[in-house]
Design a protein around this ligand. Structure first.
Ligand SMILES: Cc1cc2nc3c(=O)[nH]c(=O)nc-3n(C[C@H](O)[C@H](O)[C@H](O)COP(=O)(O)OP(=O)(O)OC[C@H]3O[C@@H](n4cnc5c(N)ncnc54)[C@H](O)[C@@H]3O)c2cc1C
Length: 291
């Protein structure tokens, strides 16, 4: 289907992009990889008057690691992050989630910033960012601010970014030694959005869980941290009984949406199963890493 008419702008610096956003505000949409936005335009679900294409802004791409953080430029393609040694070494949960996004063709265009700015609650990266307490660096006419993941996701496809701000970078904390991770999900077909997914990170110290992070995709209009399960896990040794109880606590208060792929109850049952599976995989992964 043809796209609706719009004015096309292609800034080559962040400053130019911010000027355009400040001028057009809600009338403008930022175009990153286009993997979500172009279908929305084609279906007339988005009708911006101005499209600000940020693909020509070189300073928005790249991965760097310093002071216990890994900073990923918003325009870094998903496949580039997938192939990054810094991501594999320091943000293994992100590395585990990236290959689950769509197919290679999607990941070769789709960007880290695009996925997180789009904020689809069924997507993998929002759950990873929420689990790890990532920081979202946005820049606008008033300067730069860092928004914690707990505040970034405000609702369905809605973030705390103001219309005159550009997401420029996402910062992930580097995993400590002894961290084990897993992204467990169930999708109808390989490459589909998951019906339910869970990002899991466990830090084991002397065989005891000293930090536990779990965040669901697909159970609400935002990614959801399973804090009751996290509290249960910390201070305990991994076991099947512990993970069974953690799965019960993680899914106790959730009320996943129903659609043609599955009822709310079905999704809740799947959520409990993937929490058990994800915890086991993360614990095994941590034990292997500390050998
Ligand atoms: C067939 C198919 C299957 C897919 N499967 C999955 C999947 O399984 N899991 C998954 O997570 N995703 C999936 N996706 C989506 C994919 O990950 C997209 O790449 C991603 O959601 C959007 O990234 P993008 O760079 O293409 O952003 P775009 O589509 O260009 O933009 C998305 C939104 O973010 C805004 N935006 C983008 N960058 C910025 C920025 N720097 N600052 C401010 N706003 C910005 C845009 O204005 C737009 O509103 C799939 C897509 C397709 C087409």
């Amino acid at each position: 289907m043809k796209l609706p008419p719009f004015v096309y702008e292609a800034p080559t610096t962040i400053a130019e992009a911010i000027d355009l956003l400040a001028e057009h505000l809600d009338e403008a949409s930022v175009l990153a990889g286009g993997q979500s936005l172009i279908p929305l335009l084609a279906l007339r679900l988005a009708r911006p008057a101005v499209l600000i294409d940020i693909n020509g802004i070189a300073e928005l791409s790249g991965v760097s690691a310093a002071n216990g953080w890994v900073a990923i430029g918003a325009m870094t393609r998903e496949y580039m992050a997938e192939e990054s040694g810094a991501v594999a070494d320091a943000v293994p949960l992100l590395a585990a989630a990236l290959p689950l996004i769509g197919h290679e063709a999607i990941r070769s265009r789709g960007t880290i910033g695009g996925s997180l700015a789009h904020a689809d609650p069924a997507a993998e990266l929002p759950a990873v960012a929420r689990a790890l307490d990532a920081g979202f660096v946005v820049r606008g006419p008033a300067g730069e601010r860092v928004i914690p993941a707990a505040q970034w996701f405000e609702g369905y496809l809605t973030t705390a970014r103001r219309p005159d701000e550009l997401l420029v970078e996402v910062r992930f904390p580097a995993a400590g030694r002894g961290t084990g991770v897993s992204f467990a999900e169930v999708a109808r077909r390989h490459g589909d959005f998951a019906m339910v997914g869970v990002a899991v990170s466990l830090l084991l110290s002397g065989g005891v869980i000293s930090d536990a992070r779990l965040a669901f995709a697909g159970v609400s209009d935002v990614p959801v941290r399973a804090t009751a399960a996290e509290d249960l896990l910390v201070g305990e040794r991994p076991s099947a009984d512990l993970f069974e109880e953690a799965a019960r606590r993680a899914t106790d208060g959730i009320d996943p949406p129903a659609d043609l792929h599955g009822s709310s109850d079905y999704r809740k049952t799947v959520a409990a199963a993937i929490v058990r599976r994800g915890l086991r995989a993360a614990a095994d992964n941590a034990a292997r890493g500390s050998d």
